[in-house]
Design a protein around this ligand. Structure first.
Ligand SMILES: [Zn+2]
Length: 271
């Protein structure tokens, strides 16, 4: 039986899809926020703290060293597959994701903009060289023997819930080219999304005829502003999210269900 969500999707020609942490929870990457949009855990690292202090960088990279293996091995789930199938049907103008896990790409989506960057890359803040996070794991381990044996829970931003540890002995490798500060190529809290990326997203919004939000509470302004702009332009907006979203009063349709089953109608029927 067609659902209101299926009707909404079928009637759109060029969907602007915006996804958030709720897409990746089934892949074992936890959500930052609860159903009311409040923090479930310690907020992630702040940009000014990271750039301003070696202790913050020691803490971040130590936790990242431990969290990376599980994060790097996470696999796409049914939600990613359904949205890749939607793109294959030619209905996706762009898929804008707030996630940094690259699971949409791994599921086959191609028209993806990583609003907050991607965790599988490391960026030098001095010379702008990008390098591979998996390779950097070996650099981290070589500089910090024994740290990989610490156990901790995985966190949404790919680091780990590691507390009561003295991080002052942790060696943070510098850029091999210029000695600059190495940072994951993601937009931290307190950091702006690059202007060119924001402009590219707005250009896609101009081409879209509807907006579909999947698994995001839209509490972060960097994503919310596009829904605001869409509503202002008169585009219908549907949201599939467990719990409240910041844009609830702008929505044409709100579906409070787990993402993967609600979108499973997009997948080819299995024999
Ligand atoms: Zn450098």
């Amino acid at each position: 039986m067609p659902t209101p969500l299926a009707d909404f999707i079928h009637s759109a020609r060029r969907l602007f899809v915006l996804t958030g942490a709720g897409c990746s929870t089934d892949s074992g990457i936890p959500d930052y926020r609860d159903a009311d949009g409040q923090w479930k855990r310690t907020p992630p690292v702040n940009y000014q703290d990271f750039m301003g202090g070696e202790p913050t960088r020691q803490r971040y990279w130590a936790r990242s060293l431990i969290g990376w293996p599980r994060f790097g091995q996470a696999l796409p789930n049914g939600t990613h597959a359904a949205l890749a199938a939607l793109e294959a049907r030619g209905q996706v103008e762009v898929l804008l994701t707030q996630n940094v896990d690259c699971l949409h790409q791994r599921a086959g989506s191609e028209a993806v903009i990583d609003l907050h960057g991607r965790l599988d890359q490391v960026r030098c803040m001095g010379c702008e060289t990008r390098s591979d996070r998996e390779a950097f794991q070996h650099t981290l381990l070589a500089a910090n023997p024994g740290w990989e044996t610490l156990e901790a829970g995985i966190a949404p931003d790919g680091d780990a819930d590691l507390e009561n540890v003295d991080f002052s002995a942790f060696n943070v490798p510098a850029c091999p080219h210029c000695g600059g500060i190495l940072k994951p190529d993601v937009v931290f809290f307190g950091e702006n999304v690059p202007r060119a990326r924001v402009d590219a997203v707005h250009a896609h919004l101009q081409n879209a005829d509807a907006v579909l939000v999947v698994g995001s509470s839209l509490m972060v302004y960097s994503g919310y502003r596009f829904v605001q702009a869409a509503a202002k332009a008169g585009l219908p907006v549907a949201a599939l999210n467990l719990g409240r979203t910041r844009a609830d009063d702008l929505l044409t349709l709100k579906v409070e269900q787990p993402c993967a089953p609600a979108l499973s109608f997009l997948l080819p029927a299995t024999a």
